[in-house]
Design a binder for this molecule. Structure first.
Ligand SMILES: NC(=O)c1ccc[n+]([C@@H]2O[C@H](COP(=O)([O-])OP(=O)(O)OC[C@H]3O[C@@H](n4cnc5c(N)ncnc54)[C@H](OP(=O)(O)O)[C@@H]3O)[C@@H](O)[C@H]2O)c1
Length: 169
């Protein structure tokens, strides 16, 4: 599926100690610093998301980013977004040398992990017992940890968390 060598596909995700990412169509918890980091990393770039993740966005398409939604639904239901039917079609929409971010959810992460060359992970140091959506297992022998930034819980963050950046070995 990966055609050009200049392709830069990054997955960005917040996951708990068991790789859980969601529950009832929503995130597991609210971590303002994670949202800040997400915005900082993805702004100005192209983001690709599954239909259910689009539906979870409180204000629809993310500002200052090219939004691509993968769905079999009608395009008019996704204002401000490029609507495509498949990962292959999504990948036809970015330009040489550009970096694109897969922003979820579970289904889309599963079909794009093997195409990615970078992972931006927020590891939430907690296990949510009622999660229903998961990130695929990461084979750590294939990935090199290049950045680790641990944070303690505080009044705005109910759990400790770490920002981790991996590149494909
Ligand atoms: N923790 C995080 O960082 C994070 C990030 C994003 C989302 N989430 C959470 O993840 C959950 C949603 O994930 P999900 O797995 O249920 O849904 P999803 O991947 O967001 O969306 C699934 C839908 O998108 C389309 N789709 C996705 N991948 C496709 C592919 N490879 N080919 C064709 N169509 C594809 C299909 O749409 P149609 O059915 O319309 O055809 C599919 O039903 C929510 O709880 C959300 O809050 C968490």
């Amino acid at each position: 599926m990966r055609e050009a060598h200049s392709t830069h596909i990054a997955l960005i995700v917040a996951l708990d100690e068991q790789n859980a990412i969601g529950r009832g169509g929503d995130l597991l918890c609210h971590l303002p610093n994670d949202l800040k980091r997400f915005k900082q990393i993805t702004t100005g770039h192209t983001v690709i998301m599954g239909r259910k993740t689009y539906e979870s966005l409180p204000k629809g398409a993310l500002p200052n980013r090219t939004n691509i939604v993968i769905t079999s639904d009608h395009a008019e239901n996704y204002p401000g977004c490029i609507v495509v039917r498949s990962v292959e079609e999504a990948l036809t929409h970015y330009k040489e040398g550009e970096k694109i971010f897969v922003i979820g959810g579970g289904m889309l992460y599963r079909t794009t992990l093997s195409l990615a060359d970078q992972l931006y992970i927020t590891r939430i140091h907690h296990t949510f017992s009622d999660a229903d959506t998961f990130f695929p297992g990461i084979n750590t022998s294939e990935w090199k940890l290049i950045e680790k930034e641990p944070h303690e819980a505080d009044e705005k963050h109910p759990y400790a968390y770490s920002f981790l950046t991996y590149t494909k070995k």
